[in-house]
Ligand binder design. Structure first.
Ligand code: SF4
Length: 460
């Protein structure tokens, strides 16, 4: 097993037995589950909307090169400086070069999973540039020195009491502040950071090819402020976020809001098409868009996995996943957790060290059921498993264990050889971790064959 796999198992065992963790997650996901049906009511035919969204993303990804070129051409006309980054390091170097050019020591940042993927904050800190998260959930996580727990709700695993204690510890606020008071504290602190920042960094929910714009969706207004207030705006975004036309947003905005948070539409939806123009009175003087690959073209090249690039990062599959709900977001050890993270991480990074994520699934198919763009997530997990076997990225011990298992399962005589006691001993010795929080697995004293024969004899 790889180090990543060992860590995943160790963390999962701890979290799965943590009842307080489960209570908080169940509480937050139950509120989400209550809200989503209301959001769905705005669609006269939700299945048709999902089908249409999948088709649009299919077209966008199948013509990705052309769409990106169109975006480059159209955004450049309005003064956007477009940069292409093949790897995380390239993107980081590009951001650092802009920071140096602008003599920047302070950055405000709105929520962006891509910036997490390239570990931007850590990199900027090393280069003595302060980068402050302005989304409240991300701000909480940054204060706590933790990565986001969920792709939409970064501090989902924290209760309001946890946040009040964190603020008291880190910011010296009185203990037991209410959520409203905590928000006001964060707002006051962040306003000051906005005033100081030379650069604002944001992600993008969508890259719009036909108008050369980017669309940002958020509930707090911090994204809009991060791109409008500082003199320089940097967008860092994955190439798969492309949609062909601005008219596609009338479908994607409500879909993302409904499946992300249960809202009909998110509070702030902004389309940005370049820096401040000659006749405009506000906005940044310069705008850069960094289009990041970082393994996405590996996924594009794989015909089966390609559809995972349709993902609009709504987080619905995480909320629906029985594994995620038990082990939480941090156990995965990846930027993207839950079913979509388990599908894409082995391709964004490499199969050998990350294939274990594809096995962390009950294959119940709930993720596929809830995905607004109808990605066949559970089938893609199976494809990953098949690919891992084809690539022979498994150990000798694993291969031997499965060979033994297969021979035993296909041989009734072999299966009947051991007593229930012996089988119990073998299995309970091999599944030590299972027993930590559960009772031992008990085999019946009589084998299935013996039980069948007894039953059959009695009948006649
Ligand atoms: S895979 Fe589907 S459900 Fe999961 S985050 Fe992406 S769009 Fe949402």
């Amino acid at each position: 097993m790889s180090d990543q796999s060992n860590t995943f198992v160790a963390k999962s065992i701890v979290k799965a037995a943590d009842k307080e963790h489960r209570r908080k997650i169940n509480f937050n996901i139950s509120r989400y589950n209550a809200a989503v049906p209301t959001g769905k009511q705005q669609f006269t035919n939700i299945e048709l909307a999902r089908e249409k969204a999948k088709n649009i993303k299919w077209r966008a990804i199948e013509t990705l090169d052309k769409q990106l070129e169109a975006f480059e051409m159209n955004s450049s006309k309005r003064g956007v400086k477009l940069l292409w980054a093949e790897t995380a390091d390239e993107a980081l170097d590009q951001i650092l070069a802009i920071c140096k050019k602008k003599n920047c020591s302070s950055i405000v940042k709105s929520k962006s999973m891509v910036s997490e993927e390239i570990h931007l904050n850590r990199f900027l800190e090393k280069n003595k540039i302060e980068s402050v998260e302005t989304d409240l959930g991300e701000y909480i996580q940054q204060l706590d020195g933790e990565a986001p727990y969920h792709i939409v709700t970064p501090a989902m695993h924290k209760s309001k009491e946890d946040v009040a204690k964190l603020f008291a510890d880190k910011l010296g606020t009185p203990a037991h502040l209410t959520p409203t008071e905590l928000t006001l504290v964060a707002r006051e602190k962040l306003r000051e950071k906005y005033r100081q920042a030379e650069i604002g960094i944001t992600g993008a929910n969508f890259i719009i090819a036909d108008i050369g714009g980017i669309a940002i969706t958020e509930n707090e207004g911090n994204g809009r402020l991060s791109c409008a207030w500082p003199k320089t705006h940097i967008v860092i975004v994955g190439i798969e976020k492309i949609i062909p036309s601005i008219t596609d947003l009338d479908l994607f905005w409500p879909l993302l809001a409904t499946y992300g948070t249960g809202q009909k539409v998110t509070v702030y939806n902004t389309i940005i098409t370049g820096p401040r123009q000659k006749n405009e009175i506000d906005g940044p003087e310069e705008m850069y868009v960094i289009l990041l690959d970082n393994g996405r073209t590996n996924i594009l090249a794989n015909e089966k996995t390609r559809e995972s690039l349709y993902c609009i990062r709504c987080g619905a599959c995480l909320n629906a996943c029985p594994v995620y709900k038990n082990i939480g977001g941090h156990a995965y050890g990846t930027t993207y957790s839950g079913p979509i993270g388990s599908v894409i991480t082995p391709h964004l990074k490499e199969m050998g060290n990350w294939k274990h994520l594809s096995y962390a699934s009950s294959l119940c198919g709930n993720c596929t059921e809830v995905c607004p763009v109808k990605i066949n997530l559970h089938e893609l997990l199976l494809d990953n498993r098949a690919e891992a076997v084809e690539q022979k990225s498994y150990s000798f011990a694993e291969k031997a264990a499965w060979k033994f298992w297969k021979s035993a399962m296909l041989n009734r005589k072999l299966m009947n050889m051991g007593s229930g006691k012996l089988k119990g001993w073998v299995v309970n010795t091999f599944v030590k971790d299972w027993k930590k929080n559960r009772s031992e697995l008990a085999f019946p004293q009589k084998s299935f064959s013996q039980q069948w024969q007894d039953k059959h004899r009695k009948r006649h």
